[in-house]
Design a protein around this ligand. Sequence first.
Ligand SMILES: [Zn+2]
Ligand SMILES: [Zn+2]
Length: 462
Amino acid sequence: MKMPKIPEDLSFYLNQRFVCDCGKEHYAPLRAVRVGSGVLDELPSIIRLMGYQSLYLISDPVTYQIAGERCVHILENAGIPHKITKLTHLGFDEATLGELTIQMPKDCDLVIAVGTGAINDVTRYFSFKLNRPFFTIATAAPMDGFASSIAAIQTNHLKTTYEAQTPTAIIGDTDILKNAPYPMIAAGLGDLLGKFTCLCDWKLSRVINGEHYCENIVEMVEVCVRKVLSSAEGAKDRNPETLGAIMEGLVLTGVAMSLYGNSRPASGCEHHMSHYWEMMFEQAGKRPAPHGIQVGVGTVLILKLVEALRTYEVDFAAARVFAQQYDQSSWEAEIREAYGPAAHGVIEMELSSGKNAVDSHLVRIDVMEQHWDEILAMLSALPSSNHVMSLLSSLEAPCLPNQIGIDAIMLKNTFLYCKEVRNRYTILQMIWDLGLLDHLSNKVIENLPDSFVEANSEPKIG
Ligand SMILES: [Zn+2]
Ligand SMILES: [Zn+2]
């Protein structure tokens, strides 16, 4: 089938092979998504349609209360054989996988994750290893990892990413989701709002680097996030339609990643900020804020940086001088300072990718100069930082770095060095290319609300 130019409903993209004008073939293995009020009642009909006979449901004491008990009731009424386990060991490690194996009915042909986050990851991995398909029944929608095919599991006391599988079906009943705590709703919204900056990254890279780009996938994600943005005010009142749109948006961006074959449609500079913070918190033995909350704050910071750039008269000759001054060994010293024990991997990646190398940097400046009006138009299509901040604040969610434990020094390092976590062209790399990352990030930091500047008035920045 031909990949549609005008986005269709989410279900149109499921389990269907598309030929696309971008030259790629797209496929997302997810088979069914139900989002809306009372959709949990459709569970028996989906199961019958797909022909499953014996179910194994995985919950914990909290998600059992929220949705597990109702699932059991629905399945009992429908006469579908099932067993539900309430995980008592919450480490999501080898012991959890052992407990799941012991409890599993031998004849089970479908595993169901009742929950979000870690329960999903452990079920995704467990069912993959046992060669059974799995469903997700969401109890909250805090991030876009629903349709992901990798799982983070703790092994040997270390969180490691393993190959796993995407679910066969995802059910998001808004009667359940509306009871999720505000921070969870805000996290989902934050992860979704980050799509604006990440799609902008991709568009910029298409122009500046000629990176492969799929207009149809970008359109599909963009239409969806614009829809969420226009109704996001309803999140604070737990409006089921808004919560349904957030859930659907998070599933859809996961599907977009599946269709494209990597995370380009869903993760850019705002995610690089979050990855950097996660690393720093881990090194300090501290717990970082939830992923979607970090992405929300990252999105605000990137939007502020873009706003600073848009009012700045770019000097391309000065950018060329800056490019010529690049010195690999002093860059490595800065990376060691900013990344600590993680620096080695970052330096290795730069040695193989050469994204900061002088020759390609100069070529990019030439291209930017030729296309500057087009680039400015892309940047001005982004939502304003104030709009995003007011949405996150209306959910009592953090929207500024100090609210999630980022001090002034870490913030400055984030602006300057988080782009090094991946070889992916973003707004941050573009502003660095222009020789303006240091200057414009200082402007952003200076203009943060007083509470931030005062609480962090270390002399090292500015
Ligand atoms: Zn994310
Ligand atoms: Zn395409």
